[in-house]
Design a binder for this molecule. Structure first.
Ligand SMILES: Cc1ncc(COP(=O)(O)O)c(C=O)c1O
Length: 394
């Protein structure tokens, strides 16, 4: 039967990694794959994570199945981290999932099982996997305007005008913070207007928050989402511990369902368990155990927050250093957007030719579309990057 399968198109980000690895130049720069790196170019295991792992290893007494909902202490801790200060806490349920990817798919399956004619609206541009995940669940996908290619910031007027047209059969997928791939986030005023439109027209807000703590800090990054959840009757959330706990390969995330009542939210979570039983069954335990250990231990919690702050400051420091370097070299403000963007990425608007030239002449690896992973840059590479950008005519 497998002879029928044509060779699939390679994943552009993964093939870029291979090319980068095979490049013999010692001064090559990888700004492709979306992982945080420290100034030595390493994606470190956070100290709080290592300490939690030691505790877990010492305490672990079984590898028996955990159950469909995953680790309930993790679910509770994460729910508090995201929504603890909101009025929605008492009408929310949380389900541990294999990463935010698993949450996105589970929630999409829930929508497909509950309201199959729904259309999911994603931003233009959006996270590369949003569309395929929603489509695979059998949902329709449309785009709302988001990024202004000139300013490289959000065109909120255009975005809100489209959102105002959405109705009861629509799901609005928003990035909680640190928009991937653009780095351009919406203002609190826009979150407020979205809340008013959701209440008026009845669409369901769906917030994907994968970078909490890597934009303006843990509390600050959740503000838009919290403002929305405080005001709308129903909302769904996917969240990831890949970036802010550095647990990428442990596949740690969660889906949250906010409803009118805790009974409705509980039923929806039970439905998601039924759906996951038909695929991966239950989520992996280790990553969630690490997160729950950290969040429920005052010392580890403080250490984790400090480490996350340091990561955040490193990225924001690089953004400012880039802007300073660009101002010196180009005598213009046209690269100031780097410091206005939040999180790991910036969408630069580089053409395919410029991206190819950066790779061939400078060994600088950037994915097609021009997304740059600022969190992969070293301080010592800032000048080279700025010079190379100007050289290729960015
Ligand atoms: C916006 C967004 N959502 C979800 C994910 C998936 O995260 P996870 O590794 O937890 O599956 C990512 C990862 O890059 C992302 O950028």
């Amino acid at each position: 039967m497998f002879e029928q399968i044509a060779a699939p198109k390679g994943d552009p980000i993964l093939s870029l990694i291979t090319e980068y690895r095979n490049d013999p130049r010692s001064d090559k720069i990888d700004l492709g794959i979306g992982v945080y790196r420290n100034d030595e170019g390493i994606t470190p295991i956070m100290k709080a994570v290592s300490a939690a792992e030691k505790l877990l290893l010492a305490q672990e007494s079984t590898k028996a199945y955990q159950g469909l909902t995953g680790d309930e202490l993790f679910n509770e801790a994460l729910q508090n981290l995201l929504l603890g200060t909101t009025s929605a806490l008492g009408r929310t349920t949380t389900l541990q999932t294999p990463g935010a990817s698993g949450a996105l798919r589970n929630l999409a399956d829930l929508i497909a099982a509950t309201k199959p004619d729904s259309t999911v609206w994603i931003s233009n541009p959006s996270y590369i996997n949003h569309r395929p995940i929603m489509l695979r669940a059998g949902l329709k996908v449309e785009e709302y305007p988001y990024l202004d290619p000139k300013t490289k910031l959000v065109n909120e007027a255009a975005m809100l005008a489209k959102i105002a047209e959405l109705g009861a059969d629509d799901i609005l997928l928003l990035h909680g913070c640190c928009h991937n791939p653009s780095g351009a986030d919406i203002s609190l005023e826009a979150w407020q207007q979205i809340a008013a439109l959701a209440n008026k027209n009845g669409f369901l807000p769906f917030v994907d928050i994968a970078y909490q703590g890597l934009g303006n800090g843990l509390e600050e990054d959740a503000k838009g989402m919290q403002l929305l959840v405080d005001q709308v009757p129903e909302m769904i959330i996917s969240t990831s511990c890949s970036k802010n706990f550095g647990l990428y390969r442990e596949r740690t995330g969660a889906a949250m369902i906010v409803s009118n009542s805790i009974e409705q939210a509980t039923n929806a979570r039970a439905k998601m368990c039924e759906l996951s039983r038909g695929s991966y069954s239950m989520p992996p335990a280790h990553g969630a155990a690490i997160v729950r250990t950290i969040l429920n231990d005052a010392e580890l919690n403080a250490l984790w927050r400090q480490e996350l702050d340091e990561m955040n400051q490193r990225v924001n420091g690089l953004r400012q250093a880039l802007v300073n370097e660009f101002q010196t070299l180009s005598q213009s403000d046209r690269f100031n957007y780097f410091a206005q963007h939040k999180g790991m990425f910036s969408l630069t608007g580089l053409s395919d030719d410029m991206i190819a030239q950066l790779k061939s002449e400078f060994g600088i690896y950037i994915v097609g579309g021009g997304r740059v992973n600022i969190a992969g840059l070293k301080e010592s590479e800032v000048t080279t990057l700025a010079q190379a950008f100007i050289h290729v005519g960015a």
